[in-house]
Design a protein around this ligand. Structure first.
Ligand SMILES: *[C@@H]1O[C@H](CO)[C@@H](O)[C@H](O)[C@H]1NC(C)=O
Ligand SMILES: *[C@@H]1O[C@H](CO)[C@@H](O)[C@H](O)[C@H]1NC(C)=O
Ligand SMILES: *[C@@H]1O[C@H](CO)[C@@H](O)[C@H](O)[C@H]1NC(C)=O
Ligand SMILES: *[C@@H]1O[C@H](CO)[C@@H](O)[C@H](O)[C@H]1NC(C)=O
Ligand SMILES: *[C@@H]1O[C@H](CO)[C@@H](O)[C@H](O)[C@H]1NC(C)=O
Ligand SMILES: *[C@@H]1O[C@H](CO)[C@@H](O)[C@H](O)[C@H]1NC(C)=O
Ligand SMILES: *[C@@H]1O[C@H](CO)[C@@H](O)[C@H](O)[C@H]1NC(C)=O
Length: 524
């Protein structure tokens, strides 16, 4: 029920911002959104609470390495309906997004609220710096995203993982929360639990590694703890769990494209583009990237988002012919080109591009387009691009030779790195390499070993290969740092309803709650 609405919301977002020339952010990590609850809340003693959408402001340091720069207003929201004195504070940032709209994460419709309910805690949602309206400066230029001081060293940047970690710590240590007694619940006297999903799930792990002793316990859902430049692994769970006939046919078209590309068969590629109605798209890599869009639709799936979802509409278009399903090997190349192309012509182009022409909608070479030049705040794409280009990469590209490919090998990290220059020409003269090695060393990536951190992952999550449940990692699963995996998708376990739909997700949620209970019982 709830998630059907979520899907509708996601679809309408995509439709509204149709003219986006960029695939990179289509697969931005990010939490699933749930509707903002409309019911009024009351505290344990029956007092009416402010509406859940009430915005509070915290004076956050602009630069944790240079407090003399002063503060900015960081937005946060809170719900203390279950709170009783002595209870924990459950803190989450929704990460790389406008946090307004994520207020549902304060209630027991999510794991955050379930922990609050079980432990008589209060839930807080804090916006990440440079997202939404929590901005140190009033624009998103390179100049504002980093601090232009004499040093210009990497740790002087303003939008970095380290500043984001320091924000969470400084918030916990200094915020006087608006609830009764809320000025007296700092981490030295009160257990704080850090919850996160996706990038913010990674941030949960990274924070507990980097600043031990502040957050007593953590819950990281689909936490992409390992920064990876060449992140072709994004497509591995998709390839494995999508309908196999659909996977076979997509592989056939991609192999055909890549073969023509290797042979320099420009005329053949042009013919293929035209079958998709994309004959006017100039660059081959942009065409290869457009073909990825159908796969990125996988990311909005959740256990109860079934056949109506765009991803399944796509596979049905390829595999169902006159009411008959293709066998696991698919219908073969010729039919696949026709049916995939026809799907773009009849349905998908309008869905992605509206009435914008192909080069404007899907091209990445015209650097005067507003997508690259718009520096106004509350542009999650721009701020996330900054983090991707500088630190985390996660470039969703074709796999190495020898592996089955549902994404073209024309797409390599340089495709995205070139766009970093488009977006931040003042910062990057040439395509930058993200400092993933440094990130994985500083925050320990897959090697994380901290106390009382619960990892929850999903088998079908395209981000799983960057989590501690990556294939072949065999990360140890202990009672101080448990790892649970359900059959879900991205961050599925954070949403209470997903446990109702899928018993494996319920098991993950219950284990998380049980660990919180055990760990909090040991707090003194
Ligand atoms: C960010 O990019 C995504 C994917 O291309 C798009 O759906 C969204 O509308 C973009 N948002 C903005 C503010 O440009
Ligand atoms: C969730 O919280 C509401 C109060 O906001 C309560 O009425 C409801 O019973 C709770 N749900 C569960 C499953 O405990
Ligand atoms: C962006 O903000 C920075 C820092 O306040 C300021 O120096 C710069 O002039 C602004 N640029 C634009 C284009 O508004
Ligand atoms: C073939 O594709 C259809 C439509 O997407 C799907 O329902 C079916 O499960 C697939 N069958 C196989 C064997 O892959
Ligand atoms: C898609 O439309 C183009 C014209 O825009 C046409 O050339 C092409 O054949 C169509 N492809 C299919 C598969 O119908
Ligand atoms: C590039 O984009 C700008 C702004 O949208 C547009 O005016 C211009 O015509 C485009 N240039 C080309 C070569 O398409
Ligand atoms: C981790 O260990 C627990 C307890 O033995 C087990 O229930 C859980 O399934 C394990 N997780 C994984 C991913 O195997």
């Amino acid at each position: 029920m709830v998630l059907t609405t979520v899907l509708a919301a996601l679809l309408s977002i995509t439709l509204a911002d149709a003219a986006i020339p960029n695939a990179m952010l289509r697969g931005r990590p990010g939490l699933p959104q749930i509707p903002v609850p409309e019911r009024s809340l009351t505290s344990a003693d029956g007092t009416a609470l402010p509406p859940i959408t009430t915005v509070y402001y915290f004076n956050q340091l602009i630069d944790h390495t240079n407090p003399s720069l002063g503060t900015f207003q960081q937005r946060y929201w809170m719900d203390w309906e279950f709170y009783e004195a002595g209870g924990p504070i459950i803190l989450m940032t929704p990460g790389e997004t406008d946090a307004d709209g994520y207020e549902g994460y304060l209630t027991n419709e999510t794991v955050n609220g379930m922990i609050a309910q079980q432990q008589n805690g209060a839930a807080v949602l804090v916006e990440h710096r440079f997202f939404g309206y929590s901005n140190p400066y009033d624009n998103l230029t390179s100049q504002s995203l980093e601090l232009l001081t004499i040093q210009q060293a990497i740790d002087d940047l303003l939008l970095t993982i380290q500043q984001a970690i320091d924000d969470l710590v400084y918030f916990a240590q200094n915020a006087d929360l608006p609830m009764p007694g809320g000025d007296n619940v700092k981490p030295d006297t009160t257990p704080w639990i850090l919850v996160g999903g996706s990038y913010s799930g990674a941030l949960t792990s990274w924070t507990m590694v980097n600043k031990p002793g502040i957050f007593y316990a953590g819950y990281a859902s689909s936490g992409v703890v390992e920064a990876i430049t060449d992140y072709y692994g994004y497509f591995t769970p998709i390839r494995e769990y999508m309908p196999q006939n659909c996977s076979s046919d997509v592989q056939a078209v991609i192999a055909y494209l890549d073969q023509m590309y290797d042979e320099g068969d420009a005329a053949g590629i042009q013919t293929l583009k035209e079958a998709f109605g994309l004959g006017d798209l100039i660059h081959d890599d942009d065409f290869a990237s457009a073909l990825q869009y159908n796969l990125f639709d996988w990311q909005s799936l959740q256990p109860d988002v079934g056949p109506g979802a765009m991803f399944f509409e796509f596979c049905d278009a390829l595999e169902v012919k006159d009411g008959v399903n293709a066998p696991a090997t698919g219908w073969g190349l010729e039919n696949a080109i026709y049916s995939w192309g026809n799907f773009w012509n009849t349905t998908y182009y309008a869905y992605v591009c509206g009435d914008t022409d192909a080069e404007t909608c899907l091209g990445t070479y015209n650097t005067t387009q507003s997508y690259w030049t718009d520096v106004t705040v509350n542009n999650a794409n721009r701020s996330w691009f900054w983090m991707v280009c500088n630190q985390v990469g996660y470039y969703q590209v074709g796999p190495p030779e020898g592996q089955p490919a549902i994404v073209s090998r024309i797409l390599q990290p340089i495709y995205e790195e070139r766009q970093c220059v488009n977006m931040f020409p003042q910062k990057f003269a040439t395509p930058p390499l993200p400092s993933v090695a440094e990130v994985d060393m500083m925050y320990e990536g897959w090697n994380v070993e901290v106390d009382r951190l619960f990892f929850a992952n999903g088998l079908r999550d395209p981000w799983r290969e960057a989590t501690v449940s990556a294939d072949g990692l065999y990360k140890s699963n202990t009672t101080t740092q448990p790892i649970y995996e359900g059959d879900g998708f991205h961050c599925s376990d954070l949403i209470t309803d997903n446990g109702v739909v899928d018993a494996t997700i319920y098991t993950v949620q219950m284990a998380g709650l049980e660990y919180m209970k055990t760990w909090l019982a040991e707090y003194n």
